[in-house]
Design a protein around this ligand. Sequence first.
Ligand SMILES: NC(=O)C1=CN([C@@H]2O[C@H](COP(=O)(O)OP(=O)(O)OC[C@H]3O[C@@H](n4cnc5c(N)ncnc54)[C@H](OP(=O)(O)O)[C@@H]3O)[C@@H](O)[C@H]2O)C=CC1
Ligand SMILES: N[C@@H](CC=O)C(=O)O
Ligand code: NA
Length: 370
Amino acid sequence: MSATPIYLGVVGVGGVGTAFLSQLARLPNAPKLVLLARSSQTLLAPAPAYSPAIPAADWATASAAPSLTKAGALPAEEIASYLAAAPGRAILVDNTSDINLARSYPTFLKKGVSVVTPNKKGFSDDLSLWKDIFSSAAEGKALVYHESTVGAGLPVLSTLKDLVATGDEVTRIEGVFSGTLSFLFNTFAPASGSSSAQWSAVVAQAKELGYTEPDPRDDLNGMDVARKLTILARLAGLEVTRPDSFPIESLIPTELASLPSSTDGISQFMTRLPEFDAQMANIKNAAEKEGKVVRYVGSIDVANKAVKVGLQYFDKDSAIAGLKGSDNIISFYTKRYGANPVIVQGAGAGGEVTAMGVSTDLLKVMERLH
Ligand SMILES: NC(=O)C1=CN([C@@H]2O[C@H](COP(=O)(O)OP(=O)(O)OC[C@H]3O[C@@H](n4cnc5c(N)ncnc54)[C@H](OP(=O)(O)O)[C@@H]3O)[C@@H](O)[C@H]2O)C=CC1
Ligand SMILES: N[C@@H](CC=O)C(=O)O
Ligand code: NA
């Protein structure tokens, strides 16, 4: 472990952020938490001493302490300058799903501030941003880790990176990449037994359990899966230009597609979704008529540069049909492993398991920073 003092800024204290802060409080040699922000408030350890630090275990109570500086939302540039000026190495943990914060990663990295995040946006948007993030990291001698952007805390990106780094050739990646969609279909259309659950009620349950994106429409419209496949495809060597550069099957009823992307739009969507339960029941019944179940899956055919995201029927005794809860299953087919893929499987959504991936990345950055 590096002897250099390490200073941490955390943005986002929702489901993942809160779980991360409680894991941080239990880490041995935890870095000093000197900045903590949510959408409208920022808490800072006063510069130039960057002391006292914010107690991770008790940040909500400590936010009233006069020894800490309080501010409203700060521009990303200001957060980057504050962290870069700390008397040691600094790390930003972005626990939001904000594209604008993600677009400013190059600013942090060029200033030498490393980035750890479960936020998919920066790594799955324009290819130019992906390239900018990694060249800025090299320029600023900073590190970027984003394991929880695919499969939450499951070792998906580390497995793929290890395969590629050791010279294996990845030919195909396929599976179930959404914890929310896995939970929805496993509950709504189970492979064994039957379910009378309505689609909209299960969507509300997934949101309640913290599996969905801050806007659950990002799960139901397939974009969350498309973003994950974009990240995997890029790590496997494909230059995917954008996450919508391939066909994506949406489960959003057409009648609700134009609701605004605001908080009000989310609640209108959730309120009106039950009107369309029959549409999803028809999809479930059509699969059942063939003795199968329907699941939402994705695949990357590396040689043919083809990415696919959408619904597919599966035999009831298949591994995908038999998944439980929010489980993801990701199969890597490679030259070295031949016909039997490397498979990573387990919970693919939820605050604690996602935060575990963020904490693991934080430990890796702390070990590797000089
Ligand atoms: N939940 C899961 O299972 C998984 C989530 N992820 C990713 O983790 C990230 C967080 O998800 P989750 O915790 O569920 O989301 P939540 O909606 O629960 O929390 C989001 C947090 O980000 C804050 N926030 C949003 N925009 C900004 C901003 N511009 N500046 C400062 N703070 C901001 C919100 O502030 P406020 O509190 O003020 O509203 C809130 O605290 C997302 O990128 C998601 O894709 C990845 C894998 C799994
Ligand atoms: N909303 C996402 C969270 C993890 O990436 C999902 O359900 O998979
Ligand atoms: Na992961």
